[in-house]
Design a protein around this ligand. Sequence first.
Ligand SMILES: NC(=O)c1ccc[n+]([C@@H]2O[C@H](COP(=O)([O-])OP(=O)(O)OC[C@H]3O[C@@H](n4cnc5c(N)ncnc54)[C@H](O)[C@@H]3O)[C@@H](O)[C@H]2O)c1
Length: 274
Amino acid sequence: MGEFDGKAVIITGGALGMGGDVAVEFARAGASVAIADINEVAAASTLEKMREAGTDGIFVHADVSQSAACRRVVSDTAAAFGGIDILFNNVGIQPSDSYANVEDTSEELWDRIIGINLKSRFLMSKYAIPEMRKRGGGVIINNASVQGIQSMPGVPAYAASKGGDLSLTRQMSLDYAAENIRVMAICPGTIDTEMVRNVARQELGTADEDAVAARVAQYGKDHPLGRVGTGLDIANAVMFLASEKASFMTGSYLAVDGGYLAQGAWATGAGAEA
Ligand SMILES: NC(=O)c1ccc[n+]([C@@H]2O[C@H](COP(=O)([O-])OP(=O)(O)OC[C@H]3O[C@@H](n4cnc5c(N)ncnc54)[C@H](O)[C@@H]3O)[C@@H](O)[C@H]2O)c1
């Protein structure tokens, strides 16, 4: 018996990165998972890993910043699995060439980042909640970031989207607590995914994977635990929040950050080693 046998899960951005790892771990625990993503090739590989882990899932090709696509993700998932219990609003982008202040951030880039990182949470929740209601409750977990709480120069849209994720989490938790729909967020520190590897590639000006991996490992030195996180670290946190073990939790957010947020800037010489 898996802990999530009979549960239906949607993961946005579930083809790659931490979304993909969370999908595989849910499948290992018996859940039926729908991956909503735009990357068909990566989704096929994740579906294969899910099958090997023990449970078949489905892929819904969807740009989840768009309303019609989110409706389709919800209706296809409910049709395939008989309902929806858990929504992991995971998708997010931080384009490696997007670092700029407000003046130098184009309106198009602002809209794209806010659309994917924040509006998708609103749209997916809006359409999934009626399905959760039919099941007598559900769980929504929004993937925010340590950058929802603290910031760094040059990321106005990303920082605003992540702050928005936390605010929306609190808000929805209040509106749906009486219906047994719990809403929480996670705040990852640096996690070794394509997103972070792209930042390292951009920074180094090379696609040499050994150099990129070494740079990513270096990011871990800024975290008190001395390493970057893994998709499995995120899966463990998300599955805890989605489980009955967290049944008295809603409206809260969990840092999965190796101690990053606990540390003041002064501790490392006010960012001298950034
Ligand atoms: N990696 C980190 O260090 C880190 C830290 C804190 C927070 N986060 C957050 O975690 C989440 C996952 O990040 P990741 O590092 O795994 O990213 P990633 O880039 O490795 O994977 C993102 C996935 O989202 C998909 N995607 C992109 N745009 C989409 C769209 N419009 N519609 C549907 N799917 C789309 C991609 O195809 C990919 O499968 C994001 O919300 C990110 O902001 C990441």
